[in-house]
Design a protein around this ligand. Structure first.
Ligand code: SAH
Ligand code: SF4
Length: 393
């Protein structure tokens, strides 16, 4: 192994160890019953074996939980009544509680989900305006350790990571809200057709739980969402990008936002650790980067900060040779935010330069701004409790 990859794996271990300090609480109710959502297939089998049942029960349950979306053991007719009762004594099929649900004038719907320990995150469903489909934007952390200058979530300290159950649970509860069970077997379209991991938090700083949740979501005997319908967005946690590509191979979105280290250091402080050259190299290595599976570069347009034509040309130079598209996101303001949205003409000029170089460069239409549901506007009230170990990290 080369020195460079040794360094990467040490760095990766450090990131995973830190994530463990912010682990979610155990998935057990006060009455001792365990939540089955969020267990891998193997763990679900082990739970069945532990109560003296055959492993095939796990497969049956998987179908009811993830294909049918059923939460009540009594409504699982392929399971005999005594067994249903036995399961109900020991387990639950949980959902996060929707503390509030708001629907925007443009039909975007924002959920505030509350978990068992009282912590909360926001999840947003963004319907396509032209077709019967849309994306659910899910969160992976309560708060964020990073503090990108333009992001509302970045003003909230990291409270804790979400567990796999809480990540899958956001999608399942959103589906409940639209009555979209059972999962389609034959590719029948669903309103909640895609997932973007672009809500609160940095998914690659909570890799294990995010990966476990996405594996559950992609499992063909359950929700069965294809990896092509899932996009994970990172602010550039370079050591974890390779792993994400090898193990999950979902679509990757990278929050670039600046084309010089000087500016990116300031607006995406993680850049001081993983500068632009390293980030772009990791994008070039990302598996499956082909024309059919382009990497999305996200670029928030901040007036007079990063929106000049010279910067558009530099952007094109930086990503040269990477099959990519560039999502231009007009800055979404939030209370107290320090930037202005770029002028529409400037965004258009920027887009023209990028598209002139052969990259698709859609300008993202802001959605759900009236309910603070647009990109970068999510934040919850919860504060970090005093936790000696985590604070010391
Ligand atoms: N932590 C991950 C995913 C969540 S943020 C990441 O940073 O990629 C999802 C996207 O919204 C990112 O591209 C982020 O930079 C962008 N964003 C954050 N604040 C924004 C704002 N105020 N206006 C527009 N986009 C914003
Ligand atoms: Fe965290 Fe992403 Fe917001 Fe940056 S943009 S503070 S990484 S959620």
């Amino acid at each position: 192994m080369s020195d460079a990859s040794d360094l990467t794996s040490t760095e990766r271990e450090r990131i995973l160890a830190k994530a463990a300090l912010f682990a979610p609480p155990p998935a057990t109710l006060p009455d001792g019953r365990r939540d089955l959502v969020g267990l891998s297939r193997e763990e679900l089998e082990a739970e069945m074996v532990a109560i003296g049942e055959k492993p095939f029960r796990a497969r049956q349950l998987w179908h009811w939980i993830y294909h049918q979306g059923e939460t009540d053991f009594a409504r699982m007719p392929t399971i005999a009544k005594p067994m249903q009762a036995k399961l109900a004594e020991r387990f639950v099929v949980g959902r996060p509680e929707a503390a509030t649900v708001q629907t925007s004038e443009d039909t975007t719907r924002k959920f505030l989900f509350r978990f068992r320990d009282g912590q909360q995150v926001e999840t947003v469903y963004i319907p396509d305006l032209h077709e019967d489909r849309g994306a659910v934007c899910i969160s992976t952390q309560v708060g964020c350790t990073l503090s990108c200058r333009f992001c509302h979530t970045g003003t909230q300290k990291l409270v804790r990571n979400l567990g796999a159950a809480e990540i899958v649970g956001q999608f399942m509860a959103a589906r409940d809200s639209y009555g979209e069970w059972p999962s389609p077997k034959d590719g029948t379209p669903r309103l909640l057709s895609n997932i973007v991991v672009m809500g609160m938090g940095e998914p690659l700083y909570n890799y294990e739980n995010t990966a476990k949740a996405l594996r559950i979501i992609m499992d063909n005997e359950g929700i069965g969402l294809s990896r092509r319908r899932i996009t994970l967005s990172t602010s550039g946690v370079v050591p974890m990008m390779d792993r994400c590509g090898e193990e999950l191979n979902v679509n990757l979105a990278v929050s670039l936002h600046a084309v010089t280290d000087e500016l990116r250091d300031e607006i995406v402080p993680l850049n001081r650790k993983y500068p632009i050259a390293e980030l772009i190299a990791a994008c070039r290595r990302y598996p499956g980067a082909s024309n059919a599976r382009r990497i999305t570069f996200e670029y928030v347009m901040l007036r007079g900060v990063n929106d000049s034509e010279a910067e558009a040309r530099e952007l094109v130079r930086l990503i040269k040779g990477i099959p990519a598209k560039v999502n231009l996101i007009p800055f979404n303001p939030w209370p107290g935010s320090p930037y202005l949205t770029s002028k529409p003409d400037q965004v258009r000029r920027f887009a023209e330069i990028v598209s002139g170089a052969g990259y698709s460069s859609p300008i993202r239409r802001p959605r759900g701004r009236d309910i603070l549901a647009a990109c970068g506007q999510l934040k919850t009230e919860s504060e970090r409790a005093k936790r000696g170990k985590a604070d010391a990290a």
